[in-house]
Design a protein around this ligand. Structure first.
Ligand code: ATP
Ligand code: MG
Length: 188
């Protein structure tokens, strides 16, 4: 199976993530895309994160009605800092015949050389970059580029919108917006 993995904090998941996954699925003829919320994104410790459960729940709600997509709690179930290499090794142990395509936005691409055991990581997966605001930096490993309709939104901007009760329609799936308001996430 050719499996795409989209990791992230997903706080919250938004259409940028979904359009990225959909574009890569089609361009690379993948069998599925797995969305994996990070348990403890150690490079993002500067702000209070929603719980792993809430972020996973939102990812499930956003992906459950699309057969191409699935949600995995593999990272939020693991304790300690989240390293992509651990996820890759665990995935391959459970599914040894899978070929993995690790999807990142062009902003995250340049950060990969700061990841734990990044050289092992890039040797185990095909790194796929989708365009996001700005130029794609050059990196010391092979990258497959996939074009997607550029979506100039971020979870950071959406958290602000929820906090300030601004419109988020069409930017976040309806079920996710409902979950956010039911659970009272992103209140000031
Ligand atoms: P935050 O603002 O909290 O960093 P984010 O919108 O960047 O949130 P993440 O969960 O950090 O979302 O992103 C997970 C992955 O999805 C990263 O590889 C990121 O580059 C990619 N991504 C996020 N938003 C977009 C977008 N609008 N277009 C393309 N890729 C995106
Ligand atoms: Mg980000």
């Amino acid at each position: 199976m050719k499996v795409g993995i989209l990791g992230g904090t997903f706080d919250p998941i938004h259409i940028g993530h979904l359009i990225a996954a959909s574009s890569v699925y089609e361009a690379l003829n993948l069998d599925s895309i797995v969305f994996i919320p990070a348990g403890d994104p150690w490079q993002k410790r500067d702000r209070e994160l929603s719980s792993g459960r809430d972020r996973f729940e939102m990812v499930k709600l956003a992906t459950s009605d699309d057969d191409r997509f699935e949600a995995s709690d593999i990272e939020i179930s693991r304790s300690g800092p989240t390293y992509a290499i651990d996820t890759v090794r665990e995935w391959k142990r459970l599914n040894p015949s899978d070929e993995l395509y690790w999807i990142v936005g062009s902003d995250a691409l340049s950060g990969i050389p700061s990841w734990h055991e990044w050289e092992a990581f890039v040797s185990e997966v095909t790194v796929v970059a989708v365009n996001r605001i700005g130029q794609t930096a050059s990196v010391p490993f092979d990258v497959v580029s996939v074009e997607m309709p550029e979506v100039r939104i971020s979870a950071t901007e959406l958290r602000d919108r929820f906090t300030n009760k601004l419109d988020t329609k069409y930017l976040v799936p309806q079920k996710v917006s409902e979950y956010i308001s039911d659970q009272g996430l992103y209140q000031a």
